[in-house]
Design a protein around this ligand. Structure first.
Ligand SMILES: [Zn+2]
Length: 383
């Protein structure tokens, strides 16, 4: 059964509001904050949680509430607490029973501020805020921090996670040119959350998640098929998880992003994240079509088989084995990092099987498994 988290939406006007900002009819705000439509806040969180989170039932939107304060009374970070309190007091005067709601949104009729917090869960946004930003503030209310990247471990550096909107890092060469959002009537929306944060909120459960065996230093060579992270009823797992304790403790998550709230990420990448002991998600890298094959805003074929990723921190690599013709799944081989380089038959055979000698090495290696020589060497590396 879905967890119900009703919100109260406080539509707020300052006393000096000149009334010149074009506002929508109240019914539009009801649709956006309390409705089931494809662009609504409840739909985003329903989809991120695979139906586990209900933001529709019990959510209410007030009429425009007149605040006694002026816009100029809010001067910056130092008055954010006051700003929310003014909105809450206006709600109380209107008769809102805040005890009935999980959280509160203060939506301002003029450009004011944008933030969210988990303590007394609340979101402050305004007429300039777009869905890609507002979902991040809801994310804070549900307990998430900003996401980041391995290469530049500061806030907003994750190119494929809504907890890095609206800059999305620009960490990836393609993301410097395009943005992972898509256009809606409320402005840019998407992308979804990265898999570490969906996992942290407890929604990547059961068959949605698969663990890749590891000795703490490198993974056992494993072939697995992933469905897109956003699919509601996937035939395959949506995240592959590898635990490491060398060279440091960390968890790596592998996900495939395509369609739905991720449709702005039009080249459908396979993305690798690291979760550190601070429980934040760090973008580590991705496998995607070559830059030359990326038409701006165009539709791409699936990531081609044979493309590699080597992790910058941990001893592992990924190779795309196959992508289904309709892009509905990708098959990957997870292996130690050395599998991504040039494989020496003799050195691997000697180290792993104590084999030596002449032509017989090849046939002895192949005799131990199925498939190609290269595939067998990668397999041996992971043992
Ligand atoms: Zn934020």
């Amino acid at each position: 059964m879905a967890r119900n988290t009703p919100w109260i939406i406080l539509l707020c006007k300052f006393s000096d509001d000149p009334g010149t900002t074009a506002l929508r009819p109240i019914s539009d705000y009801v649709s956006f904050f309390a409705g089931n439509g494809p662009e609504s806040m409840p739909s985003y969180w329903r989809d991120m949680s695979y139906g586990e989170l209900d933001l529709v039932t019990g959510t209410e939107v007030t009429p425009w509430l007149q605040l006694p304060q002026k816009r100029s009374d809010h001067t910056g970070l130092n008055t954010r607490g006051d700003l929310f309190r003014w909105a809450k007091e206006a709600g109380e005067r209107f008769g809102v029973d805040f005890g009935r709601f999980f959280g509160a949104v203060a939506f301002f009729a003029v450009p004011t501020d944008l933030f969210g917090t988990a303590s007394e869960p609340h979101v402050v946004c305004d007429v300039l805020s777009c869905p890609a930003q507002i979902v991040q503030e809801y994310g804070h209310a549900y307990g998430l921090d900003h996401s980041s990247s391995v290469r530049n471990p500061v806030d907003y550096e994750n190119p494929v996670c809504s907890m890095s909107s609206m800059t999305f890092g620009g960490d990836d060469e393609i993301f410097r040119q395009v943005n992972p959002t898509f256009a809606t009537t409320w402005g840019p929306a998407g992308p979804g959350l990265c898999s570490p944060y969906i996992r942290k909120l407890g929604w990547l459960t059961g068959a949605r998640s698969v663990e890749v065996r590891s000795n703490g230093r490198y993974p056992t060579t494993t072939t697995l098929t992933l469905s897109p992270l956003g699919d509601r009823n996937p035939p395959h797992p949506q995240v592959a998880v590898i635990e490491f304790d060398k060279p440091k403790r960390g968890t790596c998550c592998i996900e495939y992003r395509r369609g739905g709230w991720d449709r702005g990420i039009f080249y459908n990448p396979i993305v690798i994240h690291e979760v550190r002991e601070d429980e934040r998600a760090y973008y580590a890298g991705m496998i995607r079509p070559a830059k030359a094959n990326v038409p701006p805003g165009g539709v791409l074929p699936s990531v081609p088989a044979g493309k590699w990723y080597v992790d910058p921190q941990y001893d592992f690599s990924l190779e795309v084995q196959a992508a289904s013709g309709d892009g509905a799944s990708v098959t990957l081989r997870v292996a130690p990092a050395a599998a991504a380089g040039t494989l020496s038959l003799r050195s691997i055979a000697a180290a792993k099987l104590n084999l030596s000698g002449q032509y017989s090495v090849r046939s002895q290696v192949l005799a131990g498994g199925n498939g190609s020589l290269r595939g067998r060497l990668v397999e041996l590396l992971g043992q």
